[in-house]
Design a protein around this ligand. Structure first.
Ligand SMILES: Cc1cc2nc3c(=O)[nH]c(=O)nc-3n(C[C@H](O)[C@H](O)[C@H](O)COP(=O)(O)OP(=O)(O)OC[C@H]3O[C@@H](n4cnc5c(N)ncnc54)[C@H](O)[C@@H]3O)c2cc1C
Length: 478
């Protein structure tokens, strides 16, 4: 592909985290003709899943963490992103309301909440990942912000710094006689829909054009004409470009089938508990001021997480133990595709019963006071996993001017403010000279285990093979 010029016509498919961050950084880097296409009107609905937007990015909240075990490059990028989240908090707080998109004027003008994150063991010891993470944090000079629940010096430091009340919010020590956990006081969460809306607002301000429409914004095909990529939209228009970046989240493998074997569309399972405002005891306990993000038994067969309640009382819990696949015919191939609540032909709001039971177990053991409330809603959240859980940002072999930007593998959101900075370098052809360009390049693997991608349709994670939880299952049997 010819080198990019300031006037190059660049089309980005997808206005989720990967697409919007790329658009923002391209515009800020001086590219003047950047257009984002999306089949969903993420602007009017402000990425709100309750207003009918289905994507990994369109969610209530997401975890911001810096603990990455031995993956020090992600730890460093997340730490750099943290400074930008702080900056965005400062900016959004002072923008006059009439300059903001309508939905960003509602509620607190704050995207990122430093609530802390408590990584709780479900066993009587911390796992190896925790120990490695603590060692890395020590090496990077940030160990002092981590507090072990069983370390006297850490507990004393947590008290001094006002974090002690978040060391054991489930009263595990008192109830079970043991509590092994690490509180990361640098971590927390962001309101996801608001953060994407803010990034989209910044991208527009920087000159990015948006076509967010079920017909004009839906990319039906990407073809090559006269050596240029051409995007064909659902209404039959052909948009010629110098560069097309496909950031279609869970829809990426259906648009670019070449990624099969490298990327796979899978779903995580999420459930909400609604805490009523008049339950003052619970309302305060589950507020971000008192409740950290929690992960439980991450590498011990449980793999559940929860986030503090929002201003409407929604307490979100996710089950990461198994990610589901959904294989369909796409252009003659069997490819896993999203099956969401609104936007796909097949609709799904249920989650598999195994996932619901994992979430109920988490509540029963750790928050028994929520049992009488029951589950209030469930959702499958579709993302793209890569063979090694690392992102994929590179040109598609054999397709001039077409790049893919995806493979968030369940941890991409926290990089929203910074991801595009690294993507631009790759699109400019400098990927091999950067750490992230080398990590995110097009690749293959001959390992027997490839993050579950080796299973395909024969594997046990296929959604059609699961018993799905119905509303009647949301109640707890005591
Ligand atoms: C359950 C769950 C929990 C997660 N938790 C965290 C977390 O706590 N912390 C964290 O950092 N990350 C987390 N992630 C990961 C993070 O959400 C993703 O990495 C990130 O949002 C992916 O963004 P994306 O832009 O690749 O895809 P998406 O957000 O899915 O966006 C893709 C967009 O492309 C559009 N599109 C698709 N096909 C077409 C087409 N043909 N034409 C036009 N538009 C199209 C879609 O409409 C959509 O808007 C989680 C993900 C899930 C699913």
């Amino acid at each position: 592909m010819a080198a990019l010029r300031a006037e190059s016509r660049i089309i980005i498919v997808g206005s989720g985290v990967f697409g919007i961050s790329t658009a923002l950084w391209l515009a800020r880097s001086g590219y003047k003709d950047v257009t984002v296409l999306d089949m969903q009107d993420t602007a009017s609905a402000a990425y709100d899943p309750l207003s009918g937007i289905d994507s990994a990015s369109a969610d209530l909240n997401k975890i911001i963490r810096f603990s990455y075990g031995s993956e020090i490059e992600y730890q460093r990028l997340a730490t750099e992103a943290a400074g930008m989240w702080d900056e965005w908090n400062r900016e959004i707080a002072v923008v006059p309301a009439d300059e903001l998109p309508e939905r960003l004027r509602e509620g607190e003008r704050k995207l990122w909440w430093n609530s802390g994150m408590l990584r709780m063991s479900s066993e009587t010891e911390l796992d190896d990942f925790e120990i490695t993470t603590l060692e890395n944090m020590h090496r990077e000079g940030i160990r002092e912000f981590q507090f072990r629940s069983d370390d006297e010096a850490d507990i004393a430091r947590a008290k001094e710094r006002g974090w002690a009340h978040k060391l054991d919010p489930c009263c595990r020590q008192e109830r079970f006689g043991t509590h092994k956990a690490v509180l990361d006081s640098t971590a927390g969460f962001v309101y996801a829909y608001k953060s994407c809306s803010w990034a989209q607002h910044l991208a527009r301000q920087a000159g990015v054009k948006m076509i967010l429409d079920p017909m004009r914004g839906r990319v039906a095909d990407i073809i090559t004409k006269d050596g240029h990529p051409v995007v064909v939209t659902a209404d039959g228009l052909e948009l010629s470009a110098d560069l097309v970046v496909v950031a279609g989240g869970g829809w990426t493998p259906s648009l670019i089938p070449e990624v099969q074997g490298l990327l796979e569309t899978t779903a995580g399972s999420v459930a909400n508990v609604h805490i009523p405002k008049d339950r003052f005891d619970l309302w305060d306990r589950f507020a971000p001021e008192n409740q950290p993000v929690i992960t439980w038994g991450s590498r011990q067969g449980k793999d559940v997480y929860s986030l503090p309640r929002d201003r409407n009382g929604v307490f979100k819990i996710g089950w990461r133990n198994t990610k589901w696949t959904n294989f369909q015919d796409v252009g003659g191939r069997r490819i896993s595709v999203p099956k969401t609540a609104h936007v796909t032909d097949q609709k799904e709001t249920r989650i598999p019963i195994n996932a619901l039971n994992g979430i109920k177990e988490f509540i029963t053991i750790n928050f028994p006071e929520l049992v009488p409330l029951g589950i209030s809603s469930t959702r499958l959240c579709w993302y793209t996993d890569s063979i090694d859980n690392s992102f994929v940002v590179d040109f598609v072999p054999g397709r001039p001017g077409v790049a893919v930007c995806s493979g968030g593998s369940g941890h991409g959101f926290k990089f929203l403010p910074i991801l595009g900075r690294e993507v631009v370098k790759i699109l400019e052809g400098k990927g091999e000279q950067t750490v992230y360009g080398r990590m995110w390049r097009w690749r293959s693997s001959t390992e027997a285990k490839r993050n579950g991608l080796e299973e395909g349709e024969q594997g046990p994670r296929v959604l059609a093979k699961q018993n799905m939880a119905e509303q009647g299952d949301w109640r707890f049997t005591v």
